[in-house]
Design a protein around this ligand. Structure first.
Ligand SMILES: Cc1cc2nc3c(=O)[nH]c(=O)nc-3n(C[C@H](O)[C@H](O)[C@H](O)COP(=O)(O)OP(=O)(O)OC[C@H]3O[C@@H](n4cnc5c(N)ncnc54)[C@H](O)[C@@H]3O)c2cc1C
Length: 621
């Protein structure tokens, strides 16, 4: 079995050759960061992931979480890993040194975290949620709340969660029933039940701070009446020591298909009327505040998807090179032909390439979104910062939904490459497939993300965000159409892009007329098309850069126009092989995926409403 989980060369390509993250290091905020620092961090992240997180991955799955006498225990091996992860400073690497962080750009920490996501995602949920909850307090808490909770959470001493879901309030958060009753001292008494709470209880930390959505008694129904409260498992004394139990009881731990090392809990708040919560931010702003945590969490779900997909892909390539089965197609009639590694079979090569292009495209999109977050912090003018913020808002649902949909197929295809062995737990790919599935469900189901894209994000700021994104894609088309080696493939990107714009305009024109149901009904296929065009843009942009570098290598080695010499060089020069692979990715994606986009757009414009109009009774006999 291979320990390679991530293509480190591609990471560096995206960061430095494609995005040009060095631009960030020129800004005062990131003045201490350099390429050398990034390389060092990348090495450290990979070491920790491979040496500590990875060995605990399969064991964590087999052992799962246990619930005994009202207490939850995580897999034993997670304790040591947690200690090492926190000590190495990864929990809040992107935060300012003022709060205990390392002040790194999000694009850089995103790249480093890819190793951890690929090595052991269920473990990573514990520090991930802790970071998210602490950051929420940093953004919206009072100085007192920061002193009381945030620093200790950033230091990894206390955990964090996010508590939205209830039995009757999943996608419809506004239906929640948890109540907050005012107490004379300004705190609130919290009563209610939250379900499916990731890391809701565990024994990795001595306390857990829950940001909880609830409605203050008398506030209006729906999302407008929701506030957010900080509810510790144990109350915190003025001197920072732990006080009384805060009446937050674990009712259950779910038995799940995957991510078994992550404790998914039912939490009962205030069964005995003794659960105290503190308001975070202003009253009735709860959902808006929680969105700040959810944007980060949704990018992380994208990273989870990338982590599973890259690990599944790297394993599949490794296996395909080793597994001997069948004869080469050109030896079909030779009874004495030797059996070959399955990577020699065209269908396996096509499967691997399909996986490769999606892994690379998703990687570029997620790192770019991290880069946009950085630029939103350090750009010089408010207009520029607004532009980058707008791109983040637009891309977040795509990072979450598109990545998780495609990652499932990458993991499923990895199982196909392994054949029967892939279906068995002796090999890791079946676990990637099981662990990956949840990504399409939590943090807002993919169905809801697609509605968010179509219903809110496309029209946000009068369409300025989507026009900015389209502008970036158009630039890539203009550039790659000039590149002799890829211009035929760039034409597919142009065709897909024009079809997407046409469909987007069509949706906009339907507006609030009776036809508004068409975008709602087709939000999911629209998201897929939108994602395909974005991925196509990143792959084509990468191919343009790679082709130029490849041509430089050919020139420096004097191979001239000889196809044979070029191929021989690619076999022996790793950089040449890498760049050749980047060009291949863009070409394959263009022909395999982008070529179908126009027809999909036309099909949506056809305006079929059958799924809405068909009677409920007709769905089954
Ligand atoms: C392992 C795991 C971990 C989780 N972790 C957390 C956590 O840490 N914190 C937390 O608060 N929650 C968490 N959740 C809950 C998760 O976010 C919800 O399951 C999810 O939001 C969907 O809610 P639901 O399960 O009630 O499904 P429902 O809301 O009942 O949805 C069922 C289906 O109907 C669709 N649907 C519902 N409403 C609409 C609509 N208006 N339009 C179109 N389609 C619609 C959905 O897309 C979905 O396909 C977790 C869940 C799991 C399984």
């Amino acid at each position: 079995m291979s320990n390679v989980l991530v293509n480190t060369r591609d990471q560096l390509f995206v960061l430095f050759e494609q995005l040009g993250v060095e631009k960030l290091f020129e800004k005062e905020k990131f003045a201490d960061v350099s390429k050398e620092v990034v390389l060092m961090l990348q090495t450290e992240a990979e070491k920790l992931a491979v040496n500590s997180l990875l060995p605990a991955y399969t064991i964590g799955d087999k052992e799962g979480c246990t619930f005994k006498d009202g207490k939850v225990s995580v897999p034993e091996s997670f304790h040591d890993v947690y200690k090492k992860y926190v000590e190495a400073g990864w929990l809040c690497a992107m935060e300012s040194p003022d709060v205990g962080g390392q002040g790194l750009p999000i694009s850089v920490t995103t790249a480093c975290s890819e190793f951890m996501f690929a090595a052991n995602f269920p473990f990573l949920m514990y520090p991930g949620l802790t970071h998210g909850a602490a950051r929420l307090i940093e953004m919206h808490g009072t100085e007192e709340q920061k002193n009381k909770y945030m620093y200790t959470m950033y230091a990894g001493k206390w955990g964090g969660t996010m508590c939205l879901t209830e039995p009757g309030a999943g996608s419809d958060v506004g239906a929640l029933k948890t109540v907050a009753k005012r107490s004379p001292d300004g705190t609130f008494s919290i009563t209610g039940t939250k379900i499916f709470i990731s890391c809701g209880d565990h024994d990795l930390t001595e306390n857990i701070i829950h940001p909880v959505l609830a409605r203050i008694e008398g506030d209006p129904p729906g999302t407008a009446g929701i506030s957010i409260f900080l509810v510790p498992k144990y109350r915190v004394n003025d001197d920072g020591t732990l006080g009384e139990f805060n009446d937050v009881r674990t009712g259950n731990v779910e038995h799940k298909m995957g991510i078994k090392g992550s404790a998914t809990c039912t939490l009962n708040f205030g069964d005995e009327g003794k659960c105290i919560g503190e308001l975070l931010g202003r009253e009735r702003q709860g959902l808006r505040i929680m969105f700040d945590m959810m944007n980060e969490a949704r990018l992380e779900v994208g990273m989870q998807s990338l982590g599973h997909a890259t690990a599944a892909y790297e394993h599949a390539v490794h296996y395909a090179k080793e597994r001997i089965q069948g004869h080469a197609i050109w030896e079909m009639k030779n009874p004495d032909a030797k059996a070959v590694p399955i990577i020699q079979h065209p269908d396996i090569r096509r499967k691997l390439l399909w996986m490769k292009v999606h892994v690379e495209g998703i990687r570029a999109m997620l790192y770019f979104t991290g880069f946009c977050m950085d630029m939103a912090k350090v750009s010089d003018t408010e207009k520029e910062r607004e532009k980058w913020r707008g791109l983040v808002e637009l891309l977040i649902p795509v990072c979450k939904a598109y990545s998780s949909e495609k990652a499932q197929w990458v993991c499923s295809t990895a199982i196909d490459v392994y054949g029967g062995y892939g279906y068995c737990s002796d090999y890791p790919v079946e676990q990637y497939f099981r662990d990956c599935k949840i990504a399409s469900i939590y943090e807002g189901t993919n169905g809801i993300q697609c509605l968010d894209l179509v219903g809110r994000k496309l029209g946000a700021r009068k369409g300025a965000d989507v026009m900015n994104l389209f502008g970036e894609i158009n630039e890539t088309i203009m550039k790659t159409k000039q590149c002799e080696d890829i211009k035929r493939h760039a034409a597919y990107l142009e065709e897909a892009y024009n079809a997407l714009i046409d469909l987007t305009m069509h949706f906009a024109q339907l507006g609030k007329s009776a036809g508004f149901l068409l975008p709602i009904l087709n939000a999911t296929p629209y998201m897929e098309i939108f994602g395909d065009v974005i991925i196509g843009h990143f792959l084509m942009q990468a191919a343009d850069i790679a082709q130029e570098k490849l041509n430089d290598i050919y020139r420096s080695k004097n191979v001239g126009d000889s196809k044979g010499k070029k191929r021989a060089l690619i076999h022996e020069d790793r950089d040449a092989a890498f760049y050749d692979g980047k060009v291949a990715s863009a070409k394959f994606f263009a022909v395999e995926v982008l070529s179908t986009v126009k027809a999909q757009c036309e099909a949506i414009k056809f305006g079929e409403r059958i799924p809405i109009e068909m009677a409920d009774e007709s769905f089954t006999y």
